[in-house]
Design a protein around this ligand. Structure first.
Ligand SMILES: Cc1cc2nc3c(=O)[nH]c(=O)nc-3n(C[C@H](O)[C@H](O)[C@H](O)COP(=O)(O)OP(=O)(O)OC[C@H]3O[C@@H](n4cnc5c(N)ncnc54)[C@H](O)[C@@H]3O)c2cc1C
Length: 579
């Protein structure tokens, strides 16, 4: 059941989960399949119930930043981006970031998962083992307009009986046909891929999104659906932030996580709870890392300088932060029918909302893009003479495109008030730059210092430049003739390589995919990590981390699907451990 008052919690929990986010709700759901186990989830944020900006797919880009349900972090000044500081959004509500994200659903390549298995020495992370979990967790759902999807995905690689809804675009627009036609016109550079979620990721596919019929499918709507949250052995306490993991060394070789401390705010009372089996951190890359550091697990010098007693020295906590740099390429569109007008005209939007609410159809049923491209630099590109190839393998991408039938931008600038546009948002999906998360203070109520170190490795700028040229080539294909009226003024200034690199530095933004700060231990010589391959925190007992922070490498794509699968498999690992 959902609890709003700490006084309502019980005493005899087997597991306590920190964070009712993407991963946390999977763990809570699967562990409470065993009626003998009692689970408490403690979530800092609010309920997702009744929030229209959260449930309606079209509104996804407006569900953040700076909302009552977001953490409202900013990065440190990014040295390679002209010292800009950037909004760094995370969801602070049931469902976590899966309640505010753009719902783009990508599993990564089979090579990606196999590289984690090899790195960790645990074949449990191979594509072969993970693939059944992808099928288990989803119900592939017909799109809202029920059009014929037979040439738009491969049913045999999908699941039809899992908690999470996954769907194809449900409202036609004027760019999707042109995108697919470009794959016919130039299949060598821009090949069509019937289903990029088959393990074979390269090419241009119709977008799959975590949408159930017409509404967002998040870990809250899927894994905490009424039939699950009503289980007598599941308690989910909201609006309480976990401020510390409690440890005891009494009679043990190493510190044991005995429980957690939590509170509603700096001047509210603190409570503690102690599970009999495990504390499971699912606070996300920022939340779990901050909590480990605040609780004394991390680089001893950083902790000592803030007078935090060191429980376990591990210099790796907070290191290896990876995120994807993204930027928008804008083109003038010869159309009077793009989403630009919907954004500018309140009456049009009201009509669209009426249609959506009354019939479950129309433009609001879809998220940001009708299609997605995963593409590579040629293997003989000169960049690979200077830098190692960062892709997971020869069949894995370096960069991505998503399209918008209108102007899209993540920069804090106002959209043009006239004109029609097509946007290609490009993402460097195999970046080389590495950043950090460190504490700003010993107070749990202060945000940590988040430094994704975007573009600090020159390689990422070279990839960005290549992607920009590729986006322009894409829009110059014959299928766009008469529709694409050329680069919008912001992009048109960037012509020479130097100008393009300047454009990259001033336009790059995060796409909010942080991973890696509590990464799995590698088995290679000199490899380090924070958790073992079963996601147990090294050097202590009773403590596991299950969220995006444990990935040793970033998926070339959008991570939610990989996090669901990670949490599904780890639920089984936990069940086996305590069987
Ligand atoms: C704006 C945006 C757009 C995105 N778009 C996409 C997309 O289209 N596709 C995609 O695949 N991915 C997308 N992502 C990324 C994806 O949503 C995240 O990578 C993923 O949801 C992270 O899952 P997680 O379980 O690691 O953490 P989260 O889902 O963030 O969950 C962490 C939870 O823990 C809670 N928490 C944290 N600290 C504490 C504490 N101390 N005490 C109690 N509770 C705590 C948080 O409030 C939150 O509910 C996007 C993210 C954002 C922000």
């Amino acid at each position: 059941k959902l609890l709003t008052d700490p006084k309502q919690i019980g005493k005899d929990y087997d597991f306590v989960v920190v964070g009712a986010g993407t991963a946390g709700n999977v763990i809570a759901n699967r562990l409470t399949e065993n009626p003998k186990w009692k689970v408490l989830v403690v979530e800092a944020g609010i309920s997702n119930d009744g929030l229209e900006l959260i449930s309606t797919p079209y509104f996804a880009p407006t569900a953040s930043p700076n909302k009552p349900w977001t953490w409202n972090y900013t990065t440190t000044p990014q040295v390679a981006l002209g010292n800009r500081t950037l909004n760094y959004e995370r969801g602070k509500l049931l469902g976590g970031s899966s309640s505010i994200n753009y719902m783009i659903y990508t599993r990564g390549s089979s090579e990606y998962w196999d590289s984690i298995a090899k790195y960790s020495g645990d074949s449990g992370w191979s594509w072969k083992t993970i693939y059944p979990y992808f099928k288990k967790l989803e119900t592939f759902t017909p799109p809202a307009d029920h059009h014929d999807t037979s040439k738009q995905f491969e049913p045999s690689v999908h699941g039809f009986n899992g908690p999470l809804g996954v769907s194809l675009p449900g409202y036609p627009n004027e760019i999707s046909g042109r995108i697919i036609n470009t794959t016919n016109a130039d299949p060598t550079t821009f090949p069509f891929n019937l289903d990029g979620n088959s393990g074979n990721q390269l090419g241009i596919s119709w977008l799959q999104a975590s949408i159930n019929d017409t509404v967002r499918s998040s870990s809250a709507t899927a894994y905490l659906a009424p039939k699950y949250i009503s289980r007598p052995n599941l308690d989910v306490l909201i609006e309480q932030q976990v401020t510390k993991i409690l440890f005891s060394k009494a009679g043990r070789m190493s510190p044991h996580a005995t429980g957690i401390q939590f509170s509603a705010g700096p001047s509210s009372p603190s409570f503690t709870v102690s599970p009999s089996k495990e504390v499971i951190l699912s606070g996300g890359t920022v939340g779990s890392t901050q909590l480990l550091l605040l609780s004394g697990i991390g680089p001893s010098s950083e902790l000592s300088s803030l007078k935090i007693p060191v429980v376990l020295s591990n210099p790796q906590v907070g290191q290896n932060l990876v995120d994807h740099p993204a930027l928008a390429n804008h083109f003038f569109a010869n159309s009077g029918n793009t989403l630009d007008d919907l954004k500018r005209n309140a009456t049009d939007l009201e009509l669209a909302e009426e249609q959506y609410n009354n019939t479950g159809t129309g433009v609001l049923v879809d998220t940001v893009s009708p299609a997605i491209a995963f593409l590579r630099l040629p293997s003989n590109d000169s960049v690979f003479r200077q830098f190692p190839d960062t892709a997971s393998g020869p069949n894995s991408p370096h960069y991505e495109f998503v399209w918008r039938d209108g102007w899209a931008s993540f920069l804090p600038i106002t959209a043009p008030t006239t004109g029609n546009y097509t946007t290609i948002t490009q993402v460097v999906v195999a970046p080389a730059s590495r950043g950090t998360i460190t504490l700003n203070s010993s107070s749990p109520w202060d945000s940590p210092l988040i430094d994704p170190a975007f573009l600090t490795n020159e390689y990422d700028i070279i990839l960005s430049r290549f992607a920009i040229k590729s986006a322009r080539a894409f829009m110059n294909a014959t299928s766009w003739a008469g529709f694409n009226l050329g680069l919008a003024p912001d992009a048109a200034v960037a012509q020479t390589d130097d100008e393009i690199d300047d454009f990259v530095r001033s336009n790059t933004v995060p796409i909010y995919h942080p991973i890696g700060t509590n990464r799995i231990q590698g088995v290679g010589k000199g490899e380090t990590g924070v958790v073992d391959s079963k996601l147990l925190v090294k050097g202590v007992t009773g403590l596991r981390v299950v969220d995006a922070s444990v990935f040793p490498f970033i998926v070339a794509g959008h991570p939610e699907a990989t996090i669901y699968a990670l949490a599904e498999r780890t639920s089984d690992v936990i069940k086996q451990t305590w069987a």
